[in-house]
Design a protein around this ligand. Structure first.
Ligand SMILES: [Zn+2]
Length: 320
């Protein structure tokens, strides 16, 4: 990724021309990552699959884009192992990867983010599935090479804030876990080299993991049997165990109000039509006043710098 042409080539997938054209148009207009005189603060979100950026912290991505930050999203895999909500979504496309690439570009427009970058890896599927072993799967890539690749994106995009998956991978997805490891390593690599070199970019300043408030999840686990649902076997493949997940500690150090941006998050989620069925069914079992609190805030664990006990309301708080 030493020059611009290879950098452009890194933006792959069916709709990349549209997204890349928008990105380079913005660059030409003076909003680019290299325009140091008027440089905007920058957030980079790194996620495993097309839809993680919307179903997860989509409200925060939309909020910071609307507030004038540069918001760049890196998606590491093609999402080809995802199951399809309705087979009609495959009628006009050859593969699910193409469908999801198209959906991702529409979601990016709905969120209003600056750019989307797709890495050329295959979705590794859930734990203990044959997809884990595919040579192109993210899970099969050497970690050192992934760290170097992500470090290069960080050097180029120069974010103050980086957001990625938590160490448990949300609900245990191997791609989420692998990405958390590699993004964390890349964050510290670029930060330490930037501090050493002093070439104008001080390196990324804050690293967050998406967090799921386990108090809410524990409530959900209690409510589900009352609704005739089994919390130990949810999802289309019944391979997600909410009781196990509710024991995974993902402390909340930042809570971002996204209420004004719920329409954008909803539109972006709907753009992922092959994967979207109106949001997690287990959330719908909550009483409406709790569900509302759950929906209007997005939670994050602060991985760096170490948390100080306060719950932040802005991911850019303290950024210089
Ligand atoms: Zn995912």
């Amino acid at each position: 990724m030493a020059d611009n042409s290879s950098w452009r080539a890194a933006c792959t997938g069916l709709p990349w021309r549209m997204i890349a054209a928008r990105f380079f148009l913005l660059t030409a207009m003076g909003y680019g990552v290299d325009s140091m005189m008027t440089r905007q603060q920058t957030l980079v979100g790194v996620f495993a699959h097309p839809d993680d950026e919307s179903f997860g912290p989509g409200g925060s991505m939309a909020r910071y884009a609307a507030e004038g930050k540069q918001v760049h999203i890196i998606i590491a895999t093609d999402g080809i192992a995802g199951s399809v909500e309705d087979p009609k979504h495959l009628i006009t496309h050859d593969t699910l990867a193409q469908v999801r690439s198209r959906e991702l570009s529409n979601a990016a427009v709905a969120l209003g983010v600056t750019s989307i970058w797709s890495l050329p890896y295959r979705d590794s599927g859930m734990r203990n599935t044959p997809e884990n072993l595919h040579p192109a799967a993210l899970f099969q890539q050497p970690i050192d090479a992934l760290v170097q690749q992500l470090a290069e994106y960080i050097r180029r995009l120069q974010p103050e804030v980086i957001v990625t998956h938590d160490p448990f991978g949300g609900y245990g997805h191997p791609d989420h876990i692998r990405l958390c490891e590699t993004v964390t390593a890349a964050f510290h690599l670029v930060r330490s080299e930037a501090q050493r070199n002093g070439n104008g970019y001080p390196g990324p300043q804050k690293l967050y993991y998406t967090a799921f408030d386990k108090r809410v999840l524990k409530l959900i686990v209690k409510f589900m049997p009352l609704m005739g649902k089994d919390p130990t076997a949810i999802g289309r493949n019944k391979d997600i165990n909410l009781v196990e997940i509710s024991g995974w500690e993902t402390p909340v150090h930042a809570e971002i109000n996204i209420e004004p941006y719920l329409p954008q998050k909803e539109a972006a989620s709907r753009a992922h039509a092959s994967q979207y069925s109106g949001g997690p069914t287990f959330v719908r079992v909550l009483p409406s006043f709790i569900r509302r609190q759950f929906l209007i805030n997005e939670s994050f664990t602060r991985a760096y710098p170490a948390p100080n006990g306060a719950v932040e309301k802005d991911l850019f708080a303290g950024v210089v």
